[in-house]
Design a protein around this ligand. Structure first.
Ligand code: ZN
Length: 242
């Protein structure tokens, strides 16, 4: 199987469009989504419609999806995130809320697990930011591969004899005796200093995982955020990738 794996779209239609266009050229068997379809951006309705048409095999819930549904305490969010969550909750129709409600906290299948933040209490949306966080996740994972999002930092961690280490590669060959945590990065709000949308291609026949980046119309996404009356910082940060 060849999978396209997406996370943290955050109502950014321009980024989502660009990634979907790239995926159509990939001979994929399935897509997997690992959370935060909404929040931050100005196009929640359109992103929900697009996600429904993409029809991923698995839809994982992110903290912003849960925030919009009222399932997460608002104290969890910083002021920019909280105002975007509140704005999104006002915009969405009951059927759109029901769609977000259908997302699951984690999913295990074959040799991989999907979770938005970490397997360390998935409903708490903890972050995997460093080698120690990745190592804890590997110990909790029953599968060799675990795909995560949430931090918006694309990264590949591999289990070595004395713990997990982050490797600088964007493409790795999966070896049977190792464990991996792969952060697929963010489609709609990258934070690693590279403003391009991030996603992953996982091929379980040639056993490779690859982080891909693609440019999109950042300016148009920014204009929509400002026009919607969302915090200006949410527009500014898109151009900076942080
Ligand atoms: Zn996110």
């Amino acid at each position: 199987m060849r999978y396209g794996i997406l996370s943290d779209i955050h109502s950014n239609l321009e980024a989502f469009d660009a990634v979907c266009a790239a995926l159509t050229k990939e001979r994929l068997d399935a897509c997997l989504f690992i959370g935060d379809l909404v929040g931050y951006g100005a196009d929640p309705h359109e992103c929900i419609i697009k996600m429904k048409s993409l029809a991923p095999k698995v839809l994982i819930a992110g903290n912003h999806d849960w925030g919009v549904l009222g399932l997460l305490d608002m104290d969890y969010f910083n002021e920019y995130a909280a105002s975007a969550v509140a704005w999104t909750a006002r915009m969405l129709k009951p059927a759109e809320m029901d769609y977000l409600k259908s997302f699951v906290l984690f999913h295990e299948e074959g040799n991989f697990t999907l979770v938005h933040g970490s397997l360390n209490q998935p409903a708490k949306f903890n972050y995997i930011l460093d080698d120690d966080d990745a190592f804890l996740n590997m110990r909790l994972s029953r599968t060799p591969l675990c795909f995560v999002g949430h931090s918006h930092y694309p990264a590949i961690f591999i289990l070595e004899s004395d713990g997990a280490i982050r490797v600088p590669a964007v493409k790795v060959k999966i070896e049977g005796n190792k464990k991996y945590v792969v952060n697929v990065g963010s489609v709609g709000q990258p934070r690693d200093g590279d403003p391009r949308a991030s996603y992953v291609i996982y091929d379980d026949e040639d056993n490779t995982v690859e982080i891909r980046r693609i440019i999109y119309d950042v300016e148009r996404a920014q204009e929509k955020i400002l026009k919607a009356g969302l915090p200006a910082w949410l527009a500014t940060r898109l151009a900076e990738g942080r």
